[in-house]
Design a binder for this molecule. Sequence first.
Ligand code: SAM
Length: 335
Amino acid sequence: MSELPLIDPFARAISYLRVSVTDRCDFRCAYCMTEHMTFLPKAELLTLEELDRLCSNFIALGVEKLRITGGEPLVRKGIMTFFDSMSRHLQSGALQELTLTTNGSQLRKYAKDLAACGVKRINVSLDTLDDKKFAEITRWGRLGQVLDGIEAAKEAGLQVKINAVALKGFNEDELFTLTAWCAAANHDLTFIEVMPMGDMGEAQRIDQYWPLKDLRARLATRYSLEDLPDRTGGPARYVRLAETGQRVGFITPLTHNFCESCNRVRLTCTGELYMCLGQEDMADLRAPLRASPDNAALRQAIRRAIARKPKGHDFDYTRQVVKGQMTRHMSHTGG
Ligand code: SAM
């Protein structure tokens, strides 16, 4: 790296970029999207070349971990050319990890190619192992296709971590089934506390809120939980289950206990950079990107944005004060 790394005003180095490459998805998970979504016009989206240029500039400024997300990243047309192109940064050693979060529906098609691009680990979102419940929560998804995709990923040598949104009254009864299934298949498992998005309706939303501290307490009725010191710079905490040896994570996206170690920023598919998951402030990087082929102005815009990264989240889930705004920016930044 020839330039000074990105350091925010609170002395945190920015080493993790999460990039949404599309707002589109082949599922319509009830807690995430409305059934009849209006997607962005194509001209608004960054092209794959523009995404490449933006990511490459972040990498030149010290980003070492790139997570590709969406929408569903694997439904973006031509997405493998983007992964292929990003793999040059793994080969040069500038990038330590190239990874993605996916719903798994396209993995049978792409797992081998992803592995060939240097992807080693992926996150697959899966909230239930029940066919009917899967169809209900994703509206458009088929469980069999996702399980087959996970199989394909394993065959290709990818390590699969399962992300499950904790939904009271929906997958509460599957806590132990999901955990045992992951243990048997050697998948790490992370539970995500549900955030106020999607179109569940207010009553159902509150009904479905299952605090992870309650989930964790229930898990502890069957397993011995050992806290792990593992830190990723994000809002996840991990335990090991002594009986199975598996790692289980808890992501409470809206708690702000871990902001002091935050190393990440998020880029939307339209080039908006969000410096904090819990705050609305963002910087438009598409304008400087399109204004000139010269990267100097772009890097200056990135640095100016990072200089505005706030110290931490400032909202309270229980009051749901920012529901409307959250819906907009979260669904474009990959959850
Ligand atoms: N399509 C990809 C997938 O399914 O993983 C990537 C995008 S998706 C928005 C990323 C993650 O956000 C998924 O694990 C999803 O379950 C989670 N997510 C979406 N809406 C959420 C919500 N309201 N609360 C908590 N997690 C949510």
